[in-house]
Write a protein that binds this ligand. Sequence first.
Ligand code: ADP
Ligand code: ADP
Ligand code: MG
Length: 500
Amino acid sequence: MIEKVLIANRGEIALRVMKTCKTLGIKTVAVYSDEDVNSLHVKTADESYYIGEAAPAKSYLNQEKILEVMLSSGTDAIHPGYGFLSENDDFARLCEKNNINFIGPSADSMNLCGDKMRCKAAMLKADVPTVPGSPGIVDDAQQAEKIANEIGYPVLLKSVYGGGGRGIRLVTNDKELQDGFDTVTSESIAAVGKSAIIVEKFLEKTRHIEYQMCRDKHGNAVHLFERECSIQRRNQKLIEQTPSPIVDQAKREEIGELVVKAAEAVDYTNLGTAEFLRADNGEFYFIEINARLQVEHPISEMVSGLDFVKLQLDIANGETLPFKQSDLKMNGYAIECRINAEDTFLDFAPSTGPVPYVTIPSGPNVRCDTYLYPGCTVSPFYDSLMAKLCTWGPTFDESRVKMLNALNDFDIQGVETSIPLYKTILNSEEYKNGQLSTDFLKRYDMIEKLEKDLIQDRKEKQIPAIASAIMHSEFYKSKVKSQNSGDTDGISTWVERGIM
Ligand code: ADP
Ligand code: ADP
Ligand code: MG
């Protein structure tokens, strides 16, 4: 039985994992870099160990160093979170070899899932439909061109090792192919040190719908329903919700059965996610498996009533799933907003630095997973995700309105955030009506709408403030005196005329 877990991660996910460990009476071990000396995960853990410099390669990706900490601290299990080493099968194997329980799938299964091409091939064998594309790796741009012409433009060039929206390029004609091929190659090499490219048909007006899957070491598998993650920027998720407004119960079960087959096809154990694209004609196509705890897992916890980290620990302990598919029911509606430190108007560029002040929203059915505290720092070395704000309601609209209120309550000083954009999106008719697609932001001009909302907001907030300043000014008093008029209606006219 697991008694002491090292969390090989930082930020909100390290804190999230510790919450469950503490509830279960399991000891927690944190690791940290120079940059994280004052981070919350270090203070929260029972034990904390320094592992190196700020750059991930020198700390959170340093396998030997992390292993050393596990062995010297008497840790019997490791939770990798997401990102960093979470999908590194070499690291999973290293843990297995050293008798450390890796909370996730086996190294072999992870290796298969981490290769988009081999994984797609396994799915085709199990009759799970995949996006049409090249039958295997393409060696060069010429071969990619041949396949692109067969399946028809537009196509995507994808690194089979890509992740987090990196290593993907849209190509619309022969001329763009060489450039796209080179870019994907260098992006993939920069991220993981290797590259292998596949060609996929680019599905237009598509929805990203994924399924939580769960399989124990005895071969029992269920799905824990879908999440729709279509609101994205640069192929990365921003807002997720469950259930998906486009999936009815019959479809949920139909795709759910495919998901169980998918888990079996790659001998997956523990929790994972099968990602699909839903084309505009209603067809579902498998794209990849994320072999780890997913960023957006809290919304599935909210509608299933389960603690996913507990489930992960139980499965890692060799326990049998305590439920069958027919025992599982979806309850209510949950939404997640990924609160990023970024500037929407600078093409989502990261915004980093000290956060002198922050108020964290709360209330019934409002959940905020975050590492923020007043006086903390958003580091330029790591992911821009500062907080995951989730709300639940018995109806979609209650969940949505609750989210808008929580976004209004969320005050983060010192860095730019994605909060204003989310308010605009959640207020839009398109979002309310469930007209979702992965190009939602562009399709419905959300950035332009945000700009208008901000101007309106500024007007509403600033005119009373300016008016008050004017009323208290000597200038105003003398004017009122001279004109012998006390009405305040004139003030806005003054403001408009540019007197102030
Ligand atoms: P999810 O599917 O759980 O939403 P993402 O694909 O957005 O997860 O990835 C979660 C996080 O993990 C990202 O924010 C990113 O920091 C990190 N990540 C995932 N894959 C990679 C990769 N190949 N290279 C760098 N970072 C990655
Ligand atoms: P990653 O490993 O970076 O998460 P994915 O293969 O899961 O890469 O794709 C990320 C996103 O890119 C999807 O959510 C979707 O928005 C877009 N995408 C991927 N494949 C396709 C495709 N064939 N057609 C259209 N969009 C795609
Ligand atoms: Mg993906």
